[in-house]
Design a protein around this ligand. Structure first.
Ligand SMILES: Nc1nc2c(ncn2[C@@H]2O[C@H](COP(=O)(O)OP(=O)(O)OP(=O)(O)O)[C@@H](O)[C@H]2O)c(=O)[nH]1
Ligand SMILES: [Mg+2]
Length: 258
């Protein structure tokens, strides 16, 4: 439930774009309508990788008419996760969100994602396609299998049901001081593994197929995902290893003290 306390909070929504000229203006408009309806304050940061279809130019024009839109232009296609991390560096909001530009992520869900962070229920809220049943419209069976398989591989790292989601919000403190080394598409998984938070909440929503344009997901991104998994498994193993060494040292000190 969303109530009046949602007002006067500052939210930054990061939107990575590559060839999204038909989707971006619609999405930004819908986001600001939601902001207005729920009394949210904030900004949108578009991170464009010099899209050949001119998305960057369209974003420039949008930002001239609304100073809540910030733009980051990068020289060329450097990847979704690194675009999102670039956006984090420029975020002024106390709450940060990430959304795809293609209208697969319905902006109407934003209040439900922001509200638990505001009321202290959770510092990290993920819009989940897999919370109840399968909430994905129009995906071919092959894509569903790949998505489920990717999630299974991440299971030892997290219990989150939709750790592959591209739609999530968190308190800025979750990423304060942590080093993200983004590889590929799955920035959420890296934040889940490395971030600072007590609990994660998942909110069910219905994922829609992209509104216009083509997917940028290709075989290279699947390879990047495997590389990311290796890195994150190593990251966690290191933590476990250091924990064991600390416990052994503590034990030795206690024994010597007797
Ligand atoms: N800046 C930047 N944005 C990217 C890049 N690759 C993808 N994106 C954006 O990231 C978001 C997700 O990419 P999509 O192509 O929609 O990937 P997907 O949602 O897995 O696949 P479809 O929805 O089927 O197209 C979209 O807003 C893209 O425009 C990139 O290299 N750089
Ligand atoms: Mg998409």
């Amino acid at each position: 439930m969303v109530n009046d306390n949602i007002r006067h909070r500052t939210v930054t929504i990061i939107i990575p774009t590559y060839n999204e000229k038909e989707n971006l203006p619609l999405l930004v408009n819908k986001i600001f309508n939601v902001f207005q309806e729920y009394g949210l304050f904030g900004e949108v940061i578009v991170v464009d990788d010099n899209s050949p279809d001119g998305t960057g130019r369209i974003a420039d024009e949008l930002s001239k008419t609304d100073n809540r839109i910030k733009l980051i232009h990068r020289k060329g296609k450097e990847g979704l996760s690194s675009a999102v991390v670039e956006g984090f560096k420029h975020a002024d909001g106390e709450i940060i969100g990430v959304m795809d530009a293609d209208l697969s992520h319905p902006p109407e869900v934003i209040p439900e994602l922001v509200w638990p962070i505001i009321n202290g229920g959770s510092e990290f809220v993920i819009a989940s396609r897999y919370l109840n049943n399968n909430n994905i419209e129009n995906w071919p069976i092959s894509r569903k299998i790949i998505s489920r398989g990717a999630m299974l591989l991440a299971r030892p790292l997290t219990n989150v049901k939709d750790s592959m989601s591209g739609y999530f919000f968190f308190k800025k403190s979750v990423i304060d001081g942590i080093e993200l080394s983004p590889t590929g598409y799955k920035i959420l998984l890296e934040i889940i593994v490395k971030g600072k938070y007590k609990n994660i909440k998942e909110v069910a929503y219905s994922f829609k197929d992209r509104f216009k344009g083509k997917s940028k997901l290709d075989w290279k991104e699947h390879l990047n995902y495997l590389l990311l998994l290796i890195k994150l498994y190593m990251f966690d193993f290191k933590k476990i290893f250091y924990r064991c060494v600390k416990s052994v040292l503590l034990y030795v000190v206690i024994l010597n003290g007797r």
